[in-house]
Write a protein that binds this ligand. Structure first.
Ligand SMILES: NC(=O)c1ccc[n+]([C@@H]2O[C@H](COP(=O)([O-])OP(=O)(O)OC[C@H]3O[C@@H](n4cnc5c(N)ncnc54)[C@H](OP(=O)(O)O)[C@@H]3O)[C@@H](O)[C@H]2O)c1
Length: 320
């Protein structure tokens, strides 16, 4: 029996941190030894998030102990600042700090970064075996890249995409735009990010470039979940199904996917609806906190360690 890897989660009092913990605590080869917070130091995790009651005694701390694996679930800039002082075997950053090349990073995130880009962690792209520094993709970027991946190298020069997302995408700290009265019973395009979202260059790069992604992000009145739709002439359901047949964290459906099929699930649901004369629309649904963040980070660790990509992630989402 192999010994479990020790894990620390930085930012465990936030939404993606809690989600990483949820998957790590159920994983057969991981052992959580530390979880950090700024505002909740000394608080048992199970007091902050009662869902963890009975599963862990861990108490939130200001600093993380040494561990084999560190997940950074921190605001922009913090992972890049902290990573150099970590000796962990594997570092996985859920923020945008290590996804883009230097010049693009400065342009889209507004500040230079030390340390360069890390291995990009979309499991279906491959190439993560042995990786020790992994940049977990953005949540919108995950759904968009998965929708387009089978057409990599054949995409039109301009791709138009629309995506709706739930309020947990903005993190656990309340802000004016995420306040319940402004989000409930409302649909609102992101005011400052229509055609300017930082996940567009991320997807362009992940898929090898050669096209521009014109993306319209929209806030939806749900807590979790992302649904993207992309008109893509020439796409077929058969090709998408064949492409993803060997990928357990993607399911290709004959009907357009919806959020209920993916909530709480590490899997992405995709479909292609074909019209006349080669017209087609590709859909992708994910849970932004699972496939778009926490469970994807664990899937990337699995690949880095040479384990099956879905080790510890084989679950059926709740019905309904
Ligand atoms: N939410 C999503 O759907 C999603 C999906 C993919 C990627 N991401 C990315 O993942 C990262 C975390 O997002 P989130 O939604 O989990 O955010 P969040 O809910 O706001 O949580 C942030 C966490 O970081 C801690 N923190 C805040 N400032 C810190 C500092 N200066 N030093 C150390 N720790 C600090 C917070 O501690 P306190 O609670 O004590 O303040 C909290 O634990 C972000 O970079 C985000 O862009 C988010």
């Amino acid at each position: 029996m192999n010994e479990a890897l020790s894990v620390v989660v930085l930012g465990a009092s936030g939404y993606t941190g809690a989600e990483v913990l949820r998957w790590c605590l159920a994983h057969p080869r991981l052992r959580v030894v530390g979880a950090t917070s700024v505002r909740h130091v000394g608080v048992p995790l199970a007091s902050l998030w009662p869902q963890f009651h009975g599963f862990t005694d861990i108490v939130l701390s200001a600093d993380a102990p040494d561990a084999d694996v560190a997940f950074f679930c921190l605001p922009h800039g913090e992972a890049a600042r902290r990573a150099p002082s970590f000796n962990a075997k594997v570092l996985i950053d859920l923020s945008g700090d290590h996804r883009l090349p230097d010049a693009q990073h400065a342009r889209w995130y507004g500040s230079p970064r030390e340390g360069g880009p890390w291995a990009y962690g979309l499991p279906e792209l491959g190439g993560l075996a042995g990786a020790r520094r992994i940049a977990n993709p953005g949540c919108f970027a995950t759904a968009l890249a998965l929708a387009l991946l089978p057409f990599r190298g054949r995409l039109p020069p301009v791709v138009h995409a629309t995506g709706l997302t739930g309020s947990t995408g903005s993190g656990a700290t309340p802000q004016t735009g995420t306040h319940h009265p402004s989000r409930a019973e409302n649909l609102r395009p992101y005011r400052d990010k229509v055609l300017k979202h930082q996940h567009s260059p991320e997807v362009e790069q992940a898929l090898g470039g050669g096209f521009r992604l014109q993306f319209v992000p929209i806030s939806a009145p749900v807590r979790r979940g992302i649904l993207v739709s992309i008109p893509l002439p020439g796409a077929t359901l058969a090709e998408w199904a064949t492409f993803y047949a060997a990928h357990p964290l993607v399911r290709v459906l004959p009907e357009p996917p919806d959020l209920h099929g993916v909530l709480g699930s590490p899997r992405a649901d995709l479909s292609v609806v074909e019209g006349e004369d080669g017209e087609a629309v590709v859909f992708c649904a994910i849970d932004n906190l699972c496939r778009g963040a926490g469970s994807q980070a664990v899937a990337n660790l699995n690949l880095a360690m040479g384990w099956p990509v879905d080790l510890g992630l084989r679950t059926i989402p709740p019905v309904p």
